[in-house]
Ligand binder design. Structure first.
Ligand code: HEM
Length: 228
């Protein structure tokens, strides 16, 4: 029992926590991105989908109940992910061997810095995004709780498209984070020999390209007048 309880405090335990919470978010992002593409089917279709999210699990689950459970899992995962990232980083700093060669050190620290800055950018973006499209507070000029389609179109069109640009910048940060995160996760699992490395790199590229581009299609289409 003591062994299990102390697992999160070991380096491997923290990496496993990062990997599991990361996979939960990649799964969520893939579904969210896929769902967002329904906006190309028009307002009725998209709003029906947005409302359908609240009916997930019916009739076993009541209105918005499963969504509530999912939200707890996502918030829990993000807290665990950030906690493991910070404590791992502090531990690495404390135990970095002096014999590290200059090249390795440079590569390791560039990747780590990209992950830290990228992670912070994504965290700030999520807060902005929740205010923008879920809560409709402060940053949305004309939020309508019954009309997700309107919220997205007007939300991106407003303020000289600056919100759309904010999303695109966040999506670039997300692409880097997904690439390095997917790669690191497989290193943690020990799949870091020559046979697997090419496959893992291809998978990391695929995740880092498909998800952000799928998301970017919506603000870009609003900016170019394809969606209105
Ligand atoms: C162009 C890109 C995106 C668009 C158009 C978009 C659109 C939306 C919309 C309309 C909602 C509100 C759904 C509703 O309550 O009916 C939402 C919720 C949400 N989005 Fe996004 N999203 C985008 C990107 C992202 C990204 C990149 C992330 C994470 C890094 C993200 C995370 C979330 C979260 C956590 C929620 C709250 C879900 C909930 O609990 O209801 N979204 N998004």
């Amino acid at each position: 029992m003591v062994g299990i309880m102390s697992f999160p405090n070991t380096t491997i335990g923290k990496k496993v926590i990062m990997a599991i919470s990361g996979v939960i978010w990649v799964g969520y992002l893939a579904m969210h991105m896929y769902g967002n593409l329904k906006i190309f089917g028009g307002a009725t279709y998209f709003n029906h989908y947005a409302e359908g999210l609240r009916e997930l699990g019916a009739p076993v689950f009541g209105h918005a109940h499963l969504l509530f459970v999912a939200r707890i899992v996502f918030v829990g995962s993000i807290i665990a992910h950030v906690w493991a990232a910070i404590t791992l980083n502090l531990r690495n700093k404390a135990s970095r061997p002096v014999t590290y060669n200059q090249h390795q050190k440079l590569r390791a620290s560039t990747a780590t810095l990209t992950m830290i800055y990228g992670g912070v950018t994504i965290a700030v973006f999520i807060i902005y995004h929740l205010l923008h499209f879920t809560l409709g507070l402060l940053v949305h000029p004309d939020f309508d709780g019954q009309n997700a389609y309107h919220n997205v179109i007007v939300g991106f069109q407003s303020y000289a498209y600056i919100p759309a640009i904010i999303y695109l910048v966040a999506l670039i940060a997300l692409a880097f984070h997904l690439y390095h995160g997917t790669w690191s996760m497989f290193q943690t699992l020990g799949l870091n020999n020559k046979t697997y490395n090419n496959m893992i790199r291809s998978l990391a590229w695929a995740v880092a390209i498909v998800i952000p581009i799928g998301f970017a299609a919506v603000p870009l289409s609003v900016m170019f007048g394809i969606l209105q």
